[in-house]
Design a protein around this ligand. Structure first.
Ligand code: ZN
Length: 266
């Protein structure tokens, strides 16, 4: 029988063994959020958890995959039906408490894999809370940050910046590969702000230097931001597998990382 890696399928003695193996606990975090007329609400949960699952499946003795967090902070998408938003403090505390529980059981390395752009500041704080308040260390990575820059420049056809933002060429490609049955390509439409801006734009691969987020309905007509018409299953396969390869290296480095004693210099 192949080795278990899905946390919820372990018994408690098996969790104790997983801790003794110094496995990394991998927690995917998404959101339930509108993604335009062509992608499902679960898009960010699917990408984070499926990329994580495929990575952990390859190295089961080195990691465990946690059940994903589905709900997150999402006020700016509430003008579109379906989006669920959890208050920022609740979200940070919820993820922090999952990490505290893992640390309590003896896990010392925790990786948050993020599927939603607006999770970044909240998960950064949650990861720091876990690292500061427990004996574990916790890191966070958005899956799109795991893509090699050369691969993006080779495959990208949408405008830069702006073409890869939300329900875009990148996300739609990955969904086509992971769950093509949930993608309605006939409804995919390019949606980019008409005015060009030096500072106020969004792009997962060419981010603005300025942090700013207003209500999505102020600048997107369809709930999409970017150009999903450029998405293909082939790109999705290459993007997904590249993210998985990087994630495996990240899990391995985190697992090997020494947690040194603090030094009080008072
Ligand atoms: Zn998304």
């Amino acid at each position: 029988m192949s080795e278990k890696y899905l946390y919820e399928e372990f018994t408690w003695p098996e969790i104790r063994t997983a801790v003794a193996q110094n496995r990394v606990a991998v927690l995917p975090v998404g959101t339930i959020e509108q993604h335009g007329p062509h992608l499902p609400l679960v898009t960010d949960v699917l990408t984070a958890s499926e990329i994580s699952r495929r990575a952990v499946r390859q190295i089961p003795s080195e990691a465990v995959l946690m059940p994903p967090v589905f709900y997150a902070f999402n006020e700016h998408h509430l003008d579109f039906p379906g989006t669920i938003s959890v208050r920022g403090e609740t979200f940070i505390n919820y993820v922090t408490d999952i990490g505290r529980s893992l640390a309590h059981h003896g896990f010392r390395k925790i990786l948050l894999v993020n599927g939603h752009g607006s999770n970044v500041p909240f998960l950064d704080i949650a990861a720091r809370n876990i690292t500061n308040e427990t004996e574990a260390i916790c890191a966070m990575a958005p899956w799109w940050n795991l893509l090699p820059k050369e691969l993006i420049s080779e495959l990208r056809e949408s405008e830069k910046p702006g073409g890869m933002a939300h329900g875009c060429e990148l996300e739609t490609s990955v969904l086509l590969y992971l769950r093509g049955d949930l993608v309605q390509m006939d409804k995919a439409a390019r949606d980019m702000p008409v005015e060009r801006s030096e500072f106020f734009y969004w792009d997962l691969q060419s981010p603005s230097p300025v942090f700013f987020q207003e209500f999505f309905s102020r600048y997107s007509q369809t709930g999409t931001l970017g150009d999903p018409t450029k998405a293909t299953l082939h790109k999705g396969e290459l993007f997904t597998n590249a993210a998985i390869d990087t994630m495996i290296r990240l899990i391995r480095e985190l697992r090997q990382r020494e947690i040194r004693a603090r030094v009080d210099h008072h």
